[in-house]
Structures are given as structure tokens and as C-alpha cells.
Design a protein around this ligand. Structure first.
Ligand SMILES: [Zn+2]
Length: 196
């Protein structure tokens, strides 16, 4: 995801490069379990003060269903639109101060948006940030649409059977020996039924 933009920086405003991506990003973030390559297209366009990167990218990561805690694959798709600024002037190697550019101060100081003094534009950090921004807050098994988590429905049905058996028994000890994870699910089931 690193592009040498020395030549593009010498071109007039509007100069364009297009790249197709199929990148291995499994090492991009220790807290992300990436399941597939990052694929898509990016366009790098020379502007009067730097390079505008636009593109559509997608990949998939492993997450955990918010309801049944089973692992799920979550497809992530995002649009890039970021303005990178060069750290040095390409012709002279002169360091360019942030105040020589127009734009939001935060963006100008953002290290992720700097083109290195060797004219390398690196998308890695921007991509990493976008993966986190795109990750749903409450991933679920049925991430393709709304509705009940199919796993949770199945588990609650199984618990219902267990509970019927348990209710037949008068032993207190048995109730106290219920697996704590099941207790939590039983409580959840009671709550869910209470809401209906
Ligand atoms: Zn689930």
C-alpha cells in the first residue's frame, strides 16, 4: 500500500494514477483478525498542494456475534477520500511547512497523511483507521439483515429443553450447579420472554 509519487508530484494539477489493490493486511493491526485480502481500487490525483486519494476498498474480519458470542465473519467496505501532503518539495528536497498549505490544521499535522521525504505515500494507517471506523458496533450472526440471531434462537431452544428437565427435579443442588454461562443465557431468555 505504498506508492512512490515523486513523478506524480512533478505533474500539473489533475495528473492521475490508478491502482488495483489485492493486499495482504493480516498484520495491519494486532487487535484485528483479518480474514481476507484488502481489495479494490484507488486513484491518486495531483492537487495544487498534494495528492488526493480516493477509492473503494473491502475486506473481511473476524468478530464476535453480539448476542450468541459465536465468531462471525464481518464484511467491511469503505470509501477513501483523503488528502496527503508532501513533507518535502519534490524538485528541491526543501522541507514544506504545514502553514504553506491550505486545509484543516488537524489534517495538515496528521502523520498518517504525510508523503515521506522519499516521496512514498503510504495508505496503511488510513486503511487501518477505516477498518475500525467501518466495523459494526454490534456485529451479529445475521449481519446480512435485521432479525434474530439464528444461533441465539437455537441455543435458547436448547436451554428451554434443559430447563424443562430441571424443573422436573426438586433438587436445589442441581440448580446451583448450572453452568454460569447457561445461567446468564437463562437470565437473558427470561428477560427476552418478559419483553414479549
Ligand atoms: Zn449470534
Amino acid at each position: 500500500m505504498q506508492y512512490n509519487v515523486a513523478q506524480l508530484l512533478k505533474e500539473p494539477t489533475g495528473g492521475v494514477r490508478r491502482y488495483a489493490l489485492a493486499e495482504d493486511i493480516t498484520q495491519i493491526d494486532p487487535d484485528l483478525s483479518v480474514l481476507g485480502p484488502l481489495v479494490g481500487n484507488v486513484q491518486l490525483m495531483r492537487t495544487n498542494s498534494g495528492i488526493l486519494v480516493t477509492g473503494e476498498l473491502s475486506t473481511a474480519v473476524r468478530s464476535t456475534c453480539n448476542r450468541c458470542t459465536e465468531p462471525v465473519a464481518v464484511a467491511l467496505r469503505f470509501t477513501l477520500s483523503e488528502h496527503f501532503r508532501p513533507l518535502t518539495e519534490v524538485e528541491t528536497g526543501r522541507y514544506l511547512r504545514p502553514d504553506e498549505f491550505e486545509g484543516e490544521a488537524d489534517d495538515l499535522e496528521d502523520a498518517a497523511l504525510l508523503i515521506s521525504d522519499h516521496h512514498i505515500l503510504d495508505l496503511t494507517e488510513i486503511v487501518r483507521q477505516n477498518l475500525w471506523l467501518t466495523l459494526p458496533m454490534y456485529p451479529g450472526c445475521n449481519w446480512q439483515g435485521p432479525g434474530e440471531c439464528p444461533n441465539l434462537v437455537k441455543m435458547l431452544a436448547e436451554l428451554s429443553d434443559v430447563r424443562l428437565l430441571r424443573d422436573d427435579s426438586s433438587s436445589r443442588d442441581e440448580e446451583e450447579s448450572v453452568d454460569p454461562r447457561w445461567s446468564a443465557l437463562l437470565a437473558l431468555r427470561d428477560k427476552t420472554q418478559g419483553e414479549r
